[in-house]
Design a protein around this ligand. Structure first.
Ligand code: SFD
Ligand code: AMP
Length: 613
């Protein structure tokens, strides 16, 4: 295959919301710099926003004095059971409104309230949009800002500097359409490669198995690339379980917040407040937070399901009483989750006449929704101190390696607008890192490294070529493993041992240790992955990224000896919140040379609400 070298100042991996923000802002500050985006899909419709969205879930409304960044930090802190990087959350909150105003300027239709002449609120932090074309609009700005966009190039490896193993020099990957081996050399790299789905077994089966709420092409690259490069990670145990309309995974936000729908058990009873005392005994005063934390809402639902009072219903039939509300309800799904509308049509559900079932999803790994897994990042110097700052804003512990969106841990509730905003912050910081001379030399890749990475990347195609000769019947070869076989095996291990939906999100030390053993065996077998074509080669690397992400999730879950986020994951051997010992971040680092992991804690620092601030 052909090797293509691309040199740049700033390389952005992933052209989703955060990657687009990074390109836009890096261009603003680095007029003469070469800014390159490497995108696995096609930037116009790539990432979680590919299908569109019906709301922007992070908007302060500061020009109308609706909220302050301090209010937002308090909300996110409560929702995450007291454990967030307040510096990072505040930093996004103070800048996010300007991002949303840019989106509007670029043509995104935002819904206005005719009476107040303000954006129409879905909830306190959420605004309604007509967002089917959200991604093309944002991608157009990024495409104009970037010097070059490489579509259909999946990055599989980060490349360290030859003289300093803890400094970035570039990245390598597969041209999924042209079959080329790409080597990007860059002074600064921003990883914005989204979250992770299909790490845990999905609810959907058979022909529907590709269906998940979060995008199936969120394959954990953001985490695996960083872990393999030796970056410190945080909160990987903070898995996200979202309540969704059953089978289509339709989101609930617009229904609960804008349409004020209610949920009930099978017999029409409200169950959310029912378990308050049991919850308080285990989880303390976090149960008094307003709004009720997302994970505790899940917890109440799970208690009701376990008590045999499912299905849980969302009463759409009680709220679609005007034409306007009916349109809002349908547009919500048509803008961002068409599959739910199709489920309604195919299962004879008229939402005006009968309720829909709700179900908690399989766990996802994300840094941008109601959880905050990801890289441990340096914070803004005007807000951060001590262990929270060692370099440029949003820089990981690897020099010159930045992150944004789902990639960065510790700050939840970014959503689409906050992810773009964090991309902007990382883009600006990466430019400062370059122009202020923090990196003085051209990126240098060790001799022989390019060739060894190339051989490693394309190995599954070689394995397939040799192994297929051994097939005597059908497609099963004793000499290789297909990527889809590997993913199913991974999902089964994670579901049964690390707290997937199949085990009611519950695990313990014995299960986790056995899971780790099984994951180790899967890891050994990954050396025998076979790829029939370029598409399968991409799948093979997506699986590798998922498995490394999964290992981090498992190790973090094992390390945290409490149940910090009930409803997302339960440690049955430590069933309560233990603020005395665990009101801290669990962090990890995998040594890139030996593959050995170290796990440790970092302190939580309160910035907002401290007396005198
Ligand atoms: O309500 C590589 N999200 C919502 N956000 C909102 O603001 N409002 C909503 O209404 C939201 N809802 C929602 C949301 C998502 C989905 C799927 C649904 C509904 C159905 C969340 C946001 O979408 C999310 O927070 C952001 O998109 C996160 O941004 P970012 O940039 O971290 O991830 P991305 O946009 O998926 O982009 C990642 C990009 O990386 C590419 N990529 N490229 C090269 N090499 C690799 N190895 C790569 N791996 C990945 C991807 O292709 C992608 O382009 S509601 O339900 O919550
Ligand atoms: P979702 O559709 O579940 O992704 O949620 C979209 C937005 O609405 C997020 O900001 C959620 O935190 C918020 N949200 C969803 N359901 C509720 C609820 N019942 N109470 C408060 N906020 C909610």
């Amino acid at each position: 295959m052909k090797t293509k070298f691309v040199d740049s100042d700033v390389l952005i991996i992933g052209g989703g919301m955060a990657g687009c923000g990074a390109a836009y802002e890096a261009r603003y500050w680095g007029r003469n710099l070469k800014i390159v985006i490497a995108e696995k899909g096609q930037i116009e419709r790539s990432g979680a926003v590919a299908m569109g969205l019906s709301a922007i879930n992070c908007y302060m409304g500061m020009r109308w004095n609706e909220n302050t960044p301090e209010d937002f930090v308090k909300y996110v802190r409560n929702d995450l059971m007291g454990l967030i990087r307040e510096d990072l959350v505040f930093d996004i909150a103070r800048h996010v409104d300007s991002t949303v105003h840019l989106f509007e300027e670029w043509g995104l239709p935002i819904v206005y309230d005719e009476q107040t002449k303000r954006y129409k609120r879905e909830g306190r932090w959420q605004i309604l949009i007509h967002g089917e074309s959200y991604k093309p609009i944002v991608a157009e700005a990024a495409t104009k800002a970037a010097t070059e966009v490489y579509n259909r190039v999946m990055i599989t490896h980060l490349l360290a500097d030859a003289e300093d193993n803890n400094k970035i020099a570039g990245a390598a990957g597969i041209g999924v359409r042209d079959g080329a081996f790409y080597v990007f050399r860059a002074k600064a790299v921003i990883v914005a490669a989204g979250g992770a789905t299909h790490v845990f077994r999905p609810r959907s089966v058979g022909e529907g198995a590709g269906r998940t709420w979060y995008s199936p092409w969120s394959t954990g690259s953001a985490y695996a690339l960083l872990i393999a490069a030796g970056a410190e990670m945080t909160q990987m145990e903070n898995k996200l379980v979202v309540t969704r309309f059953k089978d289509g995974y339709g989101p609930v936000g617009a229904w609960f917040l804008a349409l004020k729908a209610t949920a009930s058990n099978a017999y029409g009873e409200d169950y959310e407040l029912k378990y308050r005392e049991e919850q308080r005994a285990l989880y303390g005063n976090y149960v008094d937070a307003k709004p009720f934390p997302t994970c505790l809402r899940n917890d109440a639902m799970l208690r009701e399901i376990k008590a045999g009072r499912s299905p849980i219903f969302i009463h759409t039939e009680k709220v679609l009483d005007t034409r306007e509300k009916e349109e809002l309800g349908h547009e919500d799904f048509l803008d961002m989750t068409m599959s739910q509308t199709i489920v309604w049509a195919s299962q004879n559900i008229d939402p005006k006449k009968r309720p829909s079932e709700l179900q908690p999803s399989e766990p996802y790994i994300m840094g941008s929704h109601a959880t905050c897994s990801g890289a441990w990042a340096s914070g803004p110097t005007d807000l951060s101190s001590g262990e929270y700052v060692w370099g440029y804003n949003r820089m990981t512990t690897v020099r010159g390696l930045f992150g944004a969106g789902d990639t960065i841990g510790g700050s939840a509730h970014k959503f689409s607008s906050g992810s773009f905003t964090e991309g902007r912050l990382a883009g600006k910081a990466a430019v400062a890192y370059i122009v202020e001379g923090a990196t003085d030399k051209k990126p240098l890749i060790a001799p022989g490294k390019v060739e060894s990475v190339r051989d490693e990347i394309f190995a599954p195609m070689e394995t397939y070529k040799l192994g297929r000769n051994m097939i005597t019947r059908g497609t099963v070869s004793p000499f290789y493993l297909y990527p889809d076989q590997g993913v199913v095996r991974l999902e089964k291990i994670m579901d049964e041992y690390v707290g997937g939906w199949g085990s009611y999100y519950t695990t313990n030390e014995v299960l986790l240790n056995r899971g780790l053993e099984l994951l180790g065996m899967l890891n050994e077998d990954l050396a025998h992955l076979g790829a029939e074509n370029l598409h399968q080669l991409q799948r093979a690397w997506e699986l590798r990224h998922r498995v490394l992400t999964a290992e981090a999730v498992l190790r973090h879950t094992l390390y945290r000896k409490e149940t910090r986020w009930p409803g997302y994951c339960y440690r049955s051997d430590f069933p309560g919140v233990d603020d005395k010992n665990w009101h801290v971040f669990v962090n990890s680092r995998r040594d890139p040379k030996t593959g050995d992991w170290s796990l440790f804690t970092r302190p939580y620092v309160q910035l907002v609400g401290v007396e005198g601030t």
